[in-house]
Design a protein. Structure first.
Lengths: 106, 402
């Protein structure tokens, strides 16, 4: 439990101002989504699979807007689908922030 | 040896009696003394914790939990022909040989940086692994896990592709596809020291997975980049690859795909094959004599696994996010959905018992396995499992392509 609390605190700290609307509960769900569902192509540890790696190192040259647009709209000509129908804007903002600085990854 | 338990005359006899009872109890419960077959065993991948669960499906129980298998996202498993050893292909390039009888790791090698499944040869002596990084297939001695052949998927000078859809084929061959290279390769391992490679180019855009028919004759790759599949007749490789089901989705709007479908375990029932459409919420029915589409069955979401019960009478379908809480059962004779189950959050995989009376489902986000009776469609059992994904029963050991 303390580990989970620490983790949620870390998430809250790393989230940008725009992602504040995402509740702690939802952040936990999004964390699961990123690793388990995005992970089906990008790897559970985000080290890549059929899709590219999404580690902070791999994303070093990509800014927040690029990540936001890629998640929202998908990437034409690749299997990356648009997520804007399933996630709110603040949720996508949270994921973009999380990918840049994941803090402690379980 | 006197343990000093008794000073009274006759104490020795009492002590010996208790020792005898203790020994009997110990022998009776020691796993090493209990002979058992492996035909009703299987393994479940616990992806998040890097563990493998050994299970048995006669009484639906867990037997052992094995640690230390690394990153098991998208992990898959093949079995040795004696059905004792499981070869586990992890995402992190780890290839692990597990003894399911003793519940222990026999050997583990880190064979690449990033891998996606594998296959075991017809003679059971070679294990091949499909790699994303570096792209290609590496083939190992099934006994020792020593490297036998390293086949780089270089499809153009300096360009190396991720490989997908690796299967075994009769004639001690392996067949796989090149995701970026748009090719299918056949590797003949009759002489393990001299792999003989046949390459088929321009087979279609972005093959993402493939299967081989249960008779080992046809290799079929699903294409992400176009509405068709690539078919190679292994009886007649000289005829080359041809496209089938061309334009199967041309009249429909392409829907987003939140998880790539799998073609392994593709459902063949009689002369019909049932397969997942890509970007459509449909299961396609194809005649395997003509390779023409006969029907499209509307389903709940983007299908991921479309699997026939071993007798071919039912086809079970699970779905991509966000519809992955359901499973639908199609009656093959009427091509109608006869049941929509809602097992729980994120149903990732389904595995039938060898003769199909039961099916096991992994419910990832609810941390459990569910077992269903395929006739009554009632739930029979639940087993706890930590983020379960793939379920693999040992009867796969004797099936071509699995």
């Amino acid at each position: 439990m303390p580990k989970a609390l620490l983790y949620l605190t870390l998430c809250a700290l790393t989230a940008s101002a725009s992602a504040e609307a995402v509740t702690a509960q939802r952040q936990s769900e999004l964390h699961n989504l990123v690793h388990q569902d995005c992970g089906s192509c990008h790897g559970m540890r985000l080290t890549g699979g059929l899709g590219p790696a999404l580690t902070p190192q791999a994303l070093a040259g990509k800014n927040h807007e690029f990540l936001f647009i890629t998640i929202s709209e998908g990437r034409a000509g690749t299997p990356m689908p648009p997520w804007k129908m399933l996630l709110t804007k603040p949720e996508i903002e949270w994921i973009a922030d999380y990918l840049k600085s994941p803090g402690e990854t379980p | 040896m006197d343990c000093g338990l008794s000073e009274k005359p006759g104490g020795n006899t009492v002590r010996q009696f208790f020792l005898l009872i203790m020994l009997t109890v110990l022998i009776g419960t020691a796993p090493a003394a209990e002979l058992r077959g492996t035909g009703d065993l299987g393994v479940v991948v616990q992806r998040a914790s890097g563990q493998l669960l050994v299970v048995e499906h006669s009484n639906n129980t867990r037997l052992a939990e094995i640690d230390g298998l690394g990153d098991l996202s998208h992990a898959s498993v093949v079995f040795s022909r004696d059905q004792r050893f499981a070869y586990v292909f992890g995402r992190d390039g780890g290839l692990t040989k597990v003894d399911i009888l003793t519940g222990s790791i026999v050997k583990r090698v880190m064979q690449s940086g990033n891998s996606i499944g594998g296959a075991i040869s017809q003679d059971g002596k070679l294990v091949a692994v499909s790699n994303y990084e570096p792209g290609g297939v590496r083939i190992f001695d099934a006994d020792t896990l020593d490297l036998v052949a390293d086949i780089s998927a270089e499809y153009a000078p300096g360009k190396v592709s991720k490989t997908v859809g690796l299967v075994d084929a009769p004639g001690n061959r392996f067949v796989f596809s090149l995701y970026e290279g748009d090719q299918i390769w056949i590797v003949d391992m009759t002489d393990p020291q001299r792999p003989d490679i046949k390459r088929f180019e321009d087979i279609g855009k972005a093959p993402y997975d493939a299967l081989i028919t249960p008779d080992g004759r046809y290799y079929i790759a699903g294409l992400f980049g176009e509405d068709s599949l690539a078919l190679l007749d292994l009886w007649h490789p000289e005829q080359g690859v041809r496209k089938i089901l061309k334009g199967y989705a041309k009249h429909d709007e392409k829907l987003p795909v939140y998880k790539m479908p799998h073609l392994e375990g593709w459902a063949m029932a009689g002369d019909e094959a049932f397969l997942p459409a890509v970007g459509q919420h449909k299961v396609l029915v194809m005649n395997t004599k003509t390779w023409q589409q006969e029907a499209g069955i509307e389903v709940h979401g983007q299908p991921v696994f479309v699997m026939a019960r071993p007798d071919g009478r039912q086809v079970w379908v699970n779905f991509a996010f966000p519809d992955n809480d359901r499973v639908q059962v199609i009656d093959v004779a009427s091509r109608k959905i006869i049941k929509t189950l809602k097992p729980g959050k994120a149903v990732l995989h389904m595995e039938f018992t060898p003769r199909g009376e039961h099916v096991w489902l992994s419910v990832r986000d609810d941390n459990r396995i569910e077992v269903y009776d395929t006739q009554s469609l009632n739930k029979l059992a639940e087993l706890p499992a930590s983020k379960p994904s793939g379920i693999f029963f040992t009867d796969r050991a004797h099936k071509i392509g699995l």
